[in-house]
Design a protein around this ligand. Structure first.
Ligand code: ANZ
Length: 833
């Protein structure tokens, strides 16, 4: 056994696990409690690297841990294998995206096996398999049936480089989240999922996740959904039959409205301008042209000068009949609220900036200087927004507002809403920042949208029993991005017949956003090969929701929001009995090099295969687990794999040096070592459950040191405490370095697999206070060693020494000249005679 290298050990146990099917989840007849542990599934671009090594290590540690705690564990793996990188790689090489994708997947699989992952390999899924994406299409049809998938024409985010539309969530600071190109707006007819219908639930249910998800992620989701409450107010427009509605969070300030603004790119602006003079029409058109050339970044920046055009039209303030001039200005957005606002410059900063630029009236209607107000004790004249340029946005009491005068903000809002509701010209309303999820993509490598376009212009679903609509062969297709889907050119694929009427029909040429694929994949793992269901509801009841979900914070909004939405839809369909898919979420930090992210472009990406070849899986797993707290970024230069290797061979040597038989009674063994063993046993479960893997490794190191000390300087390898400690190391090292743990366990005389053996409990008697061994000297000679609490006082230590029989014998007939006590280590009786 001595001569086995880490690689021999690794190979041996990986083969054993494969033959033994050690990590298959238990079936229906398994009545242990269940745990579903999952890492966010990988995208198969390139080889596995350090990022994967750390991301997928953590859930594997947790999955292995729960097996030791008597659970039936599901720890599956699959690939998020549709998407742009495969398509771009294929274009570059003139190849088929399928080849690139499945070759990478094979490499990933080999990499994960080599890394010792305890996956249930019988459940592997790839989203680009027709047996998977068929169910994306089924999901689409279900959403369509429920009115949650719909088509509309609107200004969408367009990436000029990737030549495809993007969902709002895929635009980061005005740029494409994938390639960084500045996103532009384009008017297109596209498919949407109506996530906004779930906005309230998506927001409110976040409260339940508090304490189970990182607070930061919950906050990011809350901000993204962005609920505002207030009122819709109807304004009559002179010369227009229908009133125009605006959304306001401050309907209490209606008396302070002095003008009215519409978004220049809203249909309403063009309509109003059309009724104005020729000169205004021209100025409006010029303005609109400039606005449309702006990027989102430019438009949303707050510090640039206000611009706008007066449309020579008037809105009538419903509370006092005043005529409010209507302006078109780009600080009002076409796709928020109703694309129009009542402007209250005294109490809204953007309105104030605009009023000061164009010399419009500013009227204070909230006195913020009253007791309890935002400017209590100040002089209203000195904080006049018209003079200071600072809007009074804080609390106060209504003034100059008729019957509202004297009311505080909230009371005034309630009173206004009530009055408007009675008069029928306004009502309570809320608005969300969240937009519907645009799911059409003009690319090849994705799930075809299962809809047919008929000659009469109607759009009908492909019948469910005809799914999947599979992708055509890439043969003869030009995949280069050109602004419309390459599938449109696959004549024999696009041209089909409507099964209902027998009439010719065209397939929808677009494919779905790959975030559709990942919005429900965690359910597919529960019945991965079913051709009856997307997932078996009975299995979902058994296993889901996911108990522990691990992934990077980059998914804080996108994937997690979509998965939460689809889960709620499935709940409403009666297919799952929970409303949140991930009960616990862990965001792991990144591995960084010299303080910055590892990436292909920086050329500092460390490949997993190189590290496995050099150090072996266990040393890498141990080194990474030891590198620091899960949530922190880990500096690669600080990870010592040589140190990890050394520790693992020390652990194995402890097993080799153990000579007591299996089952030896540890009670007679070295107490000091036993204390370390039992402290680890007591502590380890909570360390794993709190994801303090680095601390667990530190404790294991301490125990291995303790074993070595007992072997070398204590009772030796025959001491049964050594066996007890070595077995504990095998069991508690297993989640982190499983190959070494299996080897150690078998060298200690046990049958594999150690992964199935429950973690032993600690003996409470061995957990009491730390003790130290003190040598008691009489006349310069050690006469006894005594066990005392580490925190003992000098007086108590002296008393304990005097109480010891051996010490008493040594002192017999002698006169004590002096006692030197240095608690807890030294007691020395200087004697005469
Ligand atoms: C009058 C008012 C008075 C407002 C006041 C605020 C303060 P949030 O909180 O982001 O929802 N608004 C409404 N629609 C808009 C649009 N399409 N583009 C730009 N601004 C818009 O903001 C809601 C407030 O933003 C609304 O309340 C409206 O201005 C403005 F003292 O109405 B308020």
């Amino acid at each position: 056994a001595e001569a086995m290298s880490a690689h021999d050990i690794q190979r041996k146990w990986q083969q054993f696990w494969a033959d033994d099917e050690t990590f298959l989840a238990g079936g229906e007849d398994d009545d242990r409690p269940r745990k579903y542990i999952l890492g966010m599934f990988p995208y198969p671009s390139g080889d596995l690297h350090m990022g994967h090594a750390i991301n997928y290590l953590y859930p594997d540690i947790v999955a292995r841990y729960w097996r030791h705690r008597g659970h039936n564990v599901l720890n599956p793996i699959g690939w998020d294998s549709f998407g742009l990188p495969a398509e771009n790689a294929a274009i570059k090489r003139g190849a088929d995206p399928r080849e690139w994708t499945y070759r990478n997947i094979d490499q990933h699989k080999a990499g994960f096996r080599g890394y010792g992952m305890s996956y249930d390999w019988s459940r592997v899924l790839h989203t680009s398999d027709p047996e998977y994406y068929r169910w994306n299409q089924w999901l689409f049809l279900k959403l369509h049936e429920r009115g949650l998938a719909y088509r509309k024409k609107s200004a969408v985010n367009w990436c000029p480089k990737d030549q495809t539309v993007l969902a709002n969530e895929q635009v980061v600071d005005g740029r494409c989240e994938r390639c960084g190109t500045e996103v532009v707006k384009k008017k297109l007819t596209q498919w949407y999922f109506k996530i906004t219908e779930y906005a309230d639930r998506l927001l409110d249910d976040l409260d339940e996740l508090e304490g189970h998800w990182p607070h930061k992620v919950l906050q990011m989701q809350r901000n993204w959904i962005g609920r505002s409450t207030g009122a819709d107010v109807d304004f009559h427009i002179e010369g227009r039959d229908e009133p125009v509605t605006v959304f306001s969070t401050r309907p209490d300030t209606l008396h302070g409205a002095t003008f009215f603004v519409v978004a220049p790119d809203a249909d309403l602006a063009a309509e109003l301008a059309a009724g104005a003079s020729a000169e205004v029409r021209m100025r409006f058109q010029d303005y609109l042209d400039t606005v449309q050339k702006q990027t989102e970044i430019e438009r949303q920046s707050t510090d640039r000068p206000k611009t706008g055009v007066f449309l020579e039209r008037y809105a009538i303030n419903p509370v006092n009949g005043e005529r409010l001039p209507i302006w078109a200005a780009d600080y009002v957005l076409a796709d928020y609220g109703h694309g129009a606002v009542m402007a209250v410059p005294a109490h809204d900063q953007r309105d104030l900036d605009f009023a000061r630029t164009f010399d419009l009236p500013i009227r204070v209607v909230v006195d913020t200087t009253v007791a309890g107000g935002a400017n209590a004790g100040e002089d209203l004249a000195e904080i006049d927004p018209a003079v200071t340029g600072v809007a009074l946005v804080g609390s106060g009491r209504m003034t100059g507002s008729g019957e509202l005068d004297g009311l505080e903000k909230d009371a005034a809002i309630a009173a206004t809403i009530q009055r408007m509701t009675e008069a029928g010209n306004g009502r309570a309303a809320k608005n969300f920042r969240l937009r519907d999820w645009l799911i059409s993509r003009q690319r090849f490598w994705g799930t075809p949208i299962p809809m047919l376009h008929l000659q009469d212009g109607s759009v009908v679903p492909v019948p469910e029993e005809q799914l999947p609509v599979t992708l055509p062969s890439v043969e003869g297709l030009d995949l280069r991005p050109k602004g419309s889907s390459p599938l449109g050119a696959a004549e024999s694929w696009v041209r089909t017949v409507d099964p209902a009427s027998g009439e010719p029909a065209l397939r929808d040429p677009d494919t779905m956003d790959t975030f559709v694929d990942s919005s429900w994949y965690f359910l597919r793992f529960l019945s991965p090969h079913s051709d009856q269901f997307a997932f078996d509801p009975a299995q979902a009841k058994r296993w889901a929701p996911v108990d522990g979900y691990f992934g990077g914070v980059e998914h804080a909004i996108l994937h997690l929001l979509y998965a939460r939405f689809i889960t709620k839809v499935l709940f409403d369909m009666g297919l799952v009995d929970f409303q949140e898919p991930f009960s616990n979420l862990v965001n792991q930090g990144m591995v960084i090099m010299d303080g910055s992210k590892m990436s292909k472009s920086k050329g500092n990406l460390v490949e997993l295969s190189d590290l496995l070849a050099q150090y072996g899986a266990d040393a890498l797993r141990l080194g990474l687990a030891f590198a620091g707290p899960v949530e922190d970024d880990k500096e690669w230069n600080g990870v010592s794999l040589a140190g990890a290797q050394k520790f693992l061979s020390r652990a194995l040597r402890a097993g080799d040096d153990t000579t007591s038989p299996v089952g030896a009674d540890a009670a007679a063994g070295d107490v000091a070592l036993r204390r370390i063993t039992h402290r680890l046993r007591a502590e380890a479960p909570s360390l794993v459950e709190q994801t303090k893997f680095n601390v667990l490794v530190a404790r294991l190191m301490e125990l291995v040191n303790g074993i070595r000390k007992t072997i070398d300087t204590g009772a030796g390898g025959a001491d049964p405490a050594v066996r007890e400690a070595a077995e504990t190391v095998a069991l508690m090292l297993e989640p982190i370095s499983p190959h070494t743990a299996e080897e150690l366990w078998s060298r200690l005389g046990h049958e594999p697999s150690v992964s199935r053996v429950p973690w032993p409990d600690a003996d409470p008697a061995l957990l009491v206070e730390d003790t130290v061994t003190t040598a008691v000297q009489v006349g310069g000679k050690v006469r006894a060693t005594i066990e005392v609490p580490a925190g003992i006082s000098d007086a108590d230590l002296e008393a304990a020494a005097r109480a010891d029989e051996r010490v008493q014998r040594a002192l017999e007939g002698k006169q004590i000249v002096r006692v030197i006590v240095r608690a807890p280590k030294i007691v020395n009786f200087a004697v005469k005679g």
